[in-house]
Ligand binder design. Structure first.
Ligand SMILES: Cc1cc2nc3c(=O)[nH]c(=O)nc-3n(C[C@H](O)[C@H](O)[C@H](O)COP(=O)(O)OP(=O)(O)OC[C@H]3O[C@@H](n4cnc5c(N)ncnc54)[C@H](O)[C@@H]3O)c2cc1C
Length: 513
């Protein structure tokens, strides 16, 4: 248990430690060294997937459905679920709250099609767990956004209006203060909005369950295997603006001919390479360091804290229905309960990374943990004495419009997706289907008809470094300061207000309005 409030320095989140312990007890044969050993030497595949989070895992699963004979190799630098897929909040949300942005991106019909696909993804994750005997605690109890200060009132108004206009008003429903209190009681909640189609999962149980199913289906997984080079490209400092960006893509012949993709790897066991007909890059925030994606993606840290078990205190709050909960700050707090009656709370800020690097500040930042803890105490003052049991952090991958995109490298059989902006648990299933269909050139596949698959339009680039990091820090600090003052009913000076809005003013969906 944490004495002070600091990240636990555990490499693994509480979720993942629990999942690995359950896995070791139930199926010791699934241990990494036996079931998913590091790659050594040369191997071949039809599709090589780089990254063993949900995106890579759902892509692999869909490939096994589309072509059960396909030879699939998945490379993961850590273990599957070792990244954000095994350390997130476990909110499986759909995109009805994102409808205004979806309309901007795809028009009314496209927005509705994407909303429906993401809504269905939530149920499909539940059904998938059921079908494969994966107990990932899938609970479809909806998700509630609340206002916890006058400045947050009606933060959801644009989303609600868009849902009403497009005939899906029942997917994102405003609640008055009394209706909020029927679900969860807090002296600071003033009203809210409910998304009935959302669920929660134990995130690492899902990731590890997917790994088990893929191994059973014959996917070759190599954990502790770091992809150093893909098709001649290497990750570079400053998102590829360094020497790596100038490397020419590799076009050498191979057993697969000129179209083959070569992925070079390294591990404690030695070097390796995969030659494949196509590749899927599923690196999430780590993609920001690869020249192909560079400035279209920024990295930001996000932290979670976990309380000791407090089932009686949850009952006092009336929070027994399993709903997800979030306030309406830009430096958002999102909270959910666990099976043993704890609260897991995420957010409160985090920090922007520099030039695509993911360093220790993504997992060892005391300030972010203290801010998350302060958020819990403010939202639920009655929990002041509750002890924080654990804390951990991880990187999120932010795109300019806060939605992911799918892309293929021109003239190369290499496909990628990222930019979830901290909301990838549900969407990664849909994205994985698109990536799998692209990798196998399954032209008639229904996933390719989705608006998300129909365009390779990349989101706007972020400003170059060091301007971006400096600007992001200023915006982040002024946003946190502004929102904290608003919550305390204190005046916000014009300079703080304007600085906190700068990124919105220049067209990024980042920061408060
Ligand atoms: C603290 C936190 C809370 C979050 N909460 C939520 C939430 O409640 N709901 C939600 O929807 N989303 C949430 N997210 C975001 C969500 O976790 C991600 O969007 C999602 O997990 C993305 O999955 P992925 O497979 O694309 O990426 P990841 O899970 O990051 O997988 C990428 C993998 O690539 C591996 N890798 C990196 N470099 C290499 C290399 N060179 N070679 C081989 N492998 C490599 C990494 O080790 C990693 O495992 C949260 C994220 C964080 C950090």
């Amino acid at each position: 248990m944490l004495g002070g409030i600091r990240p636990s320095s555990q490499r693994r989140s509480w979720w993942l430690r629990e999942a690995l312990a359950a896995e070791a007890a139930a199926a010791p044969q699934l241990a990494a060294d036996r079931a998913a050993p590091p790659l050594r030497g040369t191997t071949t595949a039809d599709v090589v997937i780089v990254g063993g989070g949900y995106t890579g895992l759902w892509t692999a699963y869909r490939l096994t459905e589309l072509d059960p004979r396909a030879r699939i190799v998945l490379l993961e630098a850590d273990i599957c679920g070792g990244g954000p897929s095994g350390r997130n909040g476990g909110f499986v949300t759909n995109w009805w709250d994102e409808l205004p942005t979806l309309v901007e991106r795809y028009g009314d019909d496209g927005a509705l099609a994407m909303g429906a696909a993401m809504e269905s993804a939530v149920d499909e994750i539940g059904a998938w767990c059921e079908e494969h005997g994966v107990d990932a605690w899938f609970t479809k109890a909806g998700s509630m956004g609340v206002s916890a200060a006058p400045a947050q009132d009606d933060a959801w108004a644009d989303g609600v209006r868009a849902c009403e206009r497009l005939g899906v008003a029942d997917r994102y429903v405003p609640l008055d203060a009394a209706a909020v209190a029927e679900r969860v009681r807090s002296p600071v909640f003033r009203g809210g909005v409910f998304m009935p189609g959302a669920a929660t999962v134990q995130p690492a149980m899902l990731a590890r369950g997917m790994r088990r199913v893929l191994l059973e289906r014959g996917v070759r997984i190599h954990e502790h295997t770091h992809a150093m080079e893909i098709d001649g490209q290497r990750p570079g400092w400053l998102g590829g603006l360094g020497a790596a960006a100038r490397q020419a893509p590799e076009r050498r012949g191979s057993a697969f001919g000129r179209r083959a993709v070569r992925v070079r790897t390294t591990s404690a066991d030695g070097d390796g390479e995969v030659l494949a007909s196509s590749a899927v890059i599923a690196l999430n925030a780590w993609a920001a360091a690869w020249p192909w994606f560079g400035r279209r993606l920024i990295t930001w840290s996000s932290y979670m804290i976990l309380t000791e078990p407090i089932p009686d205190r949850l009952a006092d709050l009336g929070w027994t229905g399993g709903e997800g909960l979030a306030d309406s700050r830009f430096t958002l707090h999102y909270l959910r309960t666990t099976r043993d009656g704890r609260i897991a709370l995420g957010g409160g800020g985090g920090r922007a990374g520099f030039g695509g690097r993911i360093d220790g500040t993504f997992t060892e930042d005391d300030l972010s943990v203290r801010r998350a803890t302060a958020g819990l105490r403010r939202l639920f003052p009655s929990l002041r004495d509750v002890r924080i049991w654990d804390a951990w952090g991880g990187p999120i991958d932010i795109s300019a419009d806060h939605l992911p995109w799918v892309t293929s490298i021109p003239d190369r059989p290499i496909h990628a997706a990222h930019g979830y902006s901290g909301n990838g648990v549900g969407p990664s299933l849909v994205v994985g289907r698109i990536l799998a269909a692209r990798a196998l050139e399954a032209v008639g596949d229904h996933a390719l008809a989705l608006p998300l698959a129909r365009t390779d339009r990349q989101p706007r680039a972020f400003p170059p470094e060091p301007a971006w990091s400096i600007g992001a820090r200023i915006i982040r600090e002024t946003a946190a300061r502004r929102e904290t003052r608003e919550e305390r009913g204190r005046p916000v000076g014009p300079l703080t207000r304007e600085l906190s809005r700068v990124s919105r003013r220049i067209g990024y969906h980042l920061g408060p309005d």
